[in-house]
Design a protein around this ligand. Structure first.
Ligand SMILES: [Zn+2]
Length: 690
């Protein structure tokens, strides 16, 4: 991925994703009449070698305010806002179409209208919540507890494709291509059970986190009071205590990213001995997984300890926790008081967002998320011309070719490793714009006027789709990102790339501006995604997606050294005096940025056949390339949101991603960067991986 992707529908609905407010400053080249660099946004008083990000974006940084309903704002939002305007049109047209019952168009319209109708939601009050609360109240023993946990399992996590590591259920299910037998899919269980974003929110003893926890306790009590519980404060104490115990079992995120630590195949029969406590038979049967013989226990120690907690902690504590999690999970589709309280904590306190996005925008996002590919199909029909698909496919081919040449030229890599790397490049399955075949929503029921029920039905539908995948061969053409998403993804086990239609737009791609700028922007994104096949994560998989060591020991050692140097480089970046970037947590994405920029640079030079790019507004081709790259990373954060990202996100914050240029020799030449400049690295300190 090129940027964070949040799979938590609950979180997205709570804070709202969208904003149509214009920035006070003209964004990038996207809206200027002559497409090119956004020179007005630069600050030429900054020496490029001292702070390249500010040189390219200084005036924008000074003059841009983060819209009230956002936690951060940057170049990605400019493309996202365009996509959102289009989605609003599509979804509202669907709502007005009076399409036949059961059609995708009708479902999109009904989902949107139901979510939007807060008067109807308020009028139904707590009624939709009652069946779930009754089920929890009826839990009378440990077997029923296991059955409840199994019945609420959802396909809401995915380590290597989505970076979705969290679920508020005790466990999350992830279905993906099996690392040992690539023709079939595996069922992996991941740790879960927390509402706050990471274990550190429960365990960190800093004053900031202690305050957050106190606000959280108050928030939990408020939600329970709204739901009519009389002992809300006592329940909140119990819930926070149990979540804290759950947090202690959690493995660190950087370990969770490690596929070799995660790939633990457990036979179903082994669960009671490897993770005693939970009634696993009851759990798996209730989860619809009774016929699956083997699972992947992704964080085995955490699964063992979580299972033990289900036996050692009082039933009543678990029931309190389930009650609260059920309410929180559905806050967006419960009466507005719940929705506003959820935003006050998750949006305001945890992310620093000032105002919740308007309901209409959230309803568009909700419909676009619920029926993602049905909406995506309408999106590409209206907005993605074949010419854009062809242009992007050509760039992809050129950048893959640049990688191929780089592999040939690598002095340190043994011929046998090169052969394997090139085989992987050849088997890359690249899809641009949209999938060849569209997933069906025939099995999804959407009921007008039933926002809560529709929300649950979508989750169960997605879960059923994933269970179904366990019974059929892997399909490498399947997409994991919808076409209307401003992002891109590499699925490293499948060795497949998706470049959604919505990112093939300004400021990433604009056929009307010089190609060098497209190589710097969408080209770097393409290179980034390709490189995920060869980063510290992707390099574990061979051309067929087997988790297999295809590196010679010497090559492996070289790769590890280069990787370590990059970890150190990012560990030194400190967005807060008391909080640095976690070089280890972000290493995969930092490698992808570096390798991607390098390959897209090569491809841009090759596309000119040895000629220099024409000057543009006084800038040489290489200068245009690096400035355009730094301009796609312009991002402003609210402090709590930045803190949250540093603790949880595999991507470095945008301004630091712009510093990737420090490792490329061509950048030094282009801007006369000298020893003594803040960003200067001696040639042997510049990290070169591919
Ligand atoms: Zn990435």
């Amino acid at each position: 991925m090129i940027r964070t992707r949040c799979r938590s529908v609950r979180y997205l609905l709570a804070v709202g994703l969208t904003v149509l407010a214009a920035t006070p400053f003209a964004p990038l080249a996207a809206q200027s009449t002559v497409p090119g660099l956004d020179t007005a946004a630069m600050d030429r008083s900054v020496r490029p070698g001292n702070d390249f990000y500010l040189y390219a974006n200084g005036r924008w940084v000074r003059e841009t305010a983060i819209p009230a309903d956002r936690s951060s704002y940057g170049a990605f939002n400019i493309a996202a806002e365009r996509a959102e305007r289009r989605l609003t049109q599509i979804v509202q047209d669907a709502a007005k179409a009076n399409a036949p019952a059961g059609s995708d168009l009708r479902k999109i319209g009904d989902y949107y209208t139901s979510f939007l109708d807060t008067a109807a939601i308020a009028a139904r009050g707590l009624t939709p919540l009652k069946p779930a609360l009754n089920r929890i109240a009826a839990i009378g023993n440990r077997t029923e507890l296991a059955r409840y946990i199994g019945s609420t399992l959802r396909a809401d996590v995915d380590v290597i494709n989505d970076g979705a590591l969290d679920t508020d259920n005790l466990f999350g299910l992830w279905v993906d291509q099996d690392f040992d037998t690539p023709t079939k899919n595996f069922a992996a269980l991941l740790q879960g059970g927390l509402e706050m974003p990471d274990k550190s929110y429960y365990l960190d003893t800093s004053a900031t986190m202690v305050t957050v926890r106190e606000k959280y306790r108050t928030h939990v009590a408020r939600m329970l009071t709204l739901a009519g519980f009389s002992d809300a404060t006592g329940m909140a104490d119990t819930i926070l205590a149990l979540e804290t115990k759950i947090a202690r079992t959690h493995e660190a995120r950087e370990d969770t990213w490690d596929v070799r630590k995660g790939d633990n195949h457990w036979a179903r029969a082994e669960f009671p001995t490897k993770a005693p406590g939970l009634d696993w038979d009851a759990f798996f049967t209730a989860a619809g997984l009774g016929d699956i013989p083997t699972f992947v226990a992704w964080q085995p120690a955490a699964i063992t300890q979580l299972s033990a907690l289900t036996a050692s902690e009082p039933l009543s504590a678990w029931k309190d926790l389930f009650v609260y999690h059920t309410i929180e999970h559905h806050a967006a589709v419960l009466p507005p008081a719940f929705d506003h309280e959820a935003f006050a904590f998750f949006g305001k306190t945890l992310s620093g967002i000032e105002a919740q996005a308007p309901r209409v925008k959230r309803a568009v996002q909700a419909a676009s998320g619920a029926l993602g590919f049905a909406v995506g199909k309408l999106y590409v029909t209206r907005y993605f011309p074949p010419s854009a698909k062809r242009a992007a496919e050509t760039m992809v081919a050129n950048i893959i070719h640049a990688y191929d040449l780089r592999i040939d030229r690598l002095a340190w890599m043994a011929p046998s490793t090169k052969q394997e790397a090139k085989a992987k490049l050849e088997t890359l399955k690249v899809s641009v714009g949209y999938p060849d075949t569209w997933p069906s929503y025939a099995g999804l029921e959407v009921v007008p006027g039933r926002a809560y029920g529709n929300f649950d039905r979508v989750e169960r539908f997605q879960y059923a789709e994933n269970l179904e995948k366990l019974h059929r061969p892997v399909d490498r053409a399947e997409w994991s990102m919808t076409p209307q998403t401003v992002n891109a993804v590499n699925m490293p086990a499948m060795n497949a790339l998706n470049f959604p239609a919505a990112i093939l737009e300004p400021p990433f791609f604009d056929p009307k501006r010089p190609m060098v700028m497209n190589y710097a922007a969408i080209g770097a994104v393409i290179g980034h995604e390709i490189s995920h096949s060869f980063d510290n994560l992707g390099a574990n998989f061979d051309a067929h997606g087997r988790l297999r060591d295809w590196w010679t020991p010497a090559d492996s050692a070289h790769f590890a050294d280069a990787t370590e140097a990059l970890v150190q480089q990012y560990d030194d970046y400190r967005p807060f005096p008391n909080l640095a970037i976690n070089g280890k947590l972000t290493i995969t994405e930092n490698i992808a940025d570096l390798a991607g920029l390098t390959a897209s640079y090569d491809a841009y030079r090759a596309s000119l056949g040895g000629q220099e790019a024409p000057a543009w507004d006084g800038f040489t081709g290489d200068q245009q390339f690096f400035i355009a790259f730094a301009q796609i990373w312009r991002t402003k954060f609210r402090a709590p949101a930045l803190r949250r990202r540093l603790l949880t996100d595999g991507h470095s914050p945008g301004p630091y991603r712009a510093r990737t240029v420090r490792n490329l020799g061509a950048w030094y030449a282009a801007f006369h960067v000298q020893p003594g400049d803040s960003l200067y690295l001696a040639p042997d300190e510049r990290v070169r991986i591919w």
